[in-house]
Design a protein around this ligand. Structure first.
Ligand SMILES: Cc1ncc(C[n+]2csc(CCOP(=O)(O)OP(=O)(O)O)c2C)c(N)n1
Ligand SMILES: [Mg+2]
Length: 320
């Protein structure tokens, strides 16, 4: 036999052996199906193609309120909070925007050294916290003052923190906006972006071990998702089956860097499948949609002990 013929026969034998081995390690009867560690079910194909991401349509945005602010006719089985809860949500949004203006102007006048505004993102914050349980642990970035206000942290306490006065819980040791309150299950913010993500995963892992019926929610911006810590956190949360909601506020900018210079995929929601994480994309300016999305997300993470990425599409009105 020619050496080329021998090589070909050897190759065929190896292929046959591989197929037999794979079949013996699976109950599947489909010879075209293969088994690779970490991938559930995968087929062979004889057509060579490039998986061009632009051919996939973007994940749609769930919303309840239409352009005129009414509930869309085709919205089925949604939860509308009771009147008292709705009023509390509305009051929190108004309070947040008034407080925001005072603190932003204080910073512009040089009375405090630093501030991060919330204008435009009130619905994402209040809608999400309203759908959580009071003892769910919050890790925040810096545009989540409304989450604290809704939980009962007072405007005075926010002012004390920003001015670093004698009544500040942190005794003036933190920069303004670096709030934190054990009583409100809100972990003190850190300045370095995205450090809160792997820390939040650690907390979620401990909740799973304690079986205490709590979950963790971690807020972050789409810009922060470019940090390596985000990838580490997604992967740990997925492989360790942690009950955590990754809440991304996608406001289109990281300071002055537009989102299209941060990533080229379908926003942050598209990261989910890569890590085997479930996702929801919601209109972050629609408080009822965010509220419903969080309730569904919480149910999912608790019932399955799995993470979930929730991307709220929103706007930052002020540039600070
Ligand atoms: C590790 C790290 N790198 C850079 C910064 C500076 N920085 C502060 S906010 C910010 C942009 C974050 O954008 P995004 O996560 O989209 O949040 P947004 O301000 O839009 O809410 C940057 C780069 C930082 N705080 N930490
Ligand atoms: Mg942003």
């Amino acid at each position: 036999m020619f050496s080329a013929e021998i090589t070909l026969k050897r190759l065929i034998n190896i292929k046959l052996f591989k197929k037999q081995y794979m079949l013996s390690s699976t109950i599947s009867s489909n010879i075209e199906e293969s088994v690779f560690k970490g991938i559930n079910k995968i087929n062979y194909t004889s057509s060579l193609g490039i998986n061009e991401p632009s051919l996939n349509s973007p994940v749609p945005i769930f919303r309840i309120l239409n352009d005129t602010g009414d509930i869309s006719n085709n919205c089925k089985s949604i939860i509308i909070p009771g009147n008292n809860e709705l009023i509390k949500m509305y009051k929190s949004m108004v309070l947040l925007s008034i407080m925001d203006k005072i603190l932003y102007e204080s910073q512009r006048q040089g009375r405090i050294s630093f501030y991060m505004t919330n204008e435009g993102e009130e619905a994402a914050q209040i809608g999400s916290v309203a759908g959580l349980h009071a003892n769910d642990l919050v890790y925040a970035q810096y545009r989540e003052a409304g989450v604290l206000l809704f939980r009962g942290y007072t405007p005075e306490e926010l002012m004390n923190q920003c001015f670093g006065n004698v009544d500040d819980l942190g005794k003036g040791k933190q920069m303004p906006v670096h709030y934190g309150s054990k009583n409100h299950n809100f972990v003190t913010l850190s300045s370095p972006l995205t450090t809160q993500l792997p820390q939040a995963v650690g907390s979620a892992y401990s909740f799973k071990r304690f079986e205490n019926n709590r979950c963790t929610i971690v807020y972050f911006g789409e810009g922060a998702a470019s940090e390596g810590d985000a990838h580490a956190a997604f992967n740990f949360a997925s492989t360790l089956d942690c009950p955590i909601i990754f809440f991304c506020r996608n406001n289109g900018y990281a300071i002055s860097t537009p989102a299209n210079e941060q990533y080229r995929g379908d926003g942050i929601v598209s990261r989910g499948p890569g890590y085997g994480i479930a996702t929801i994309r919601v209109d972050g300016n629609d408080i009822l949609a965010v509220y419903n999305a969080i309730i569904k997300a919480r149910e999912y993470v608790m019932n399955n002990t799995r993470p979930l990425i929730l991307e709220a599409m929103t706007y930052r009105f002020l540039n600070k």
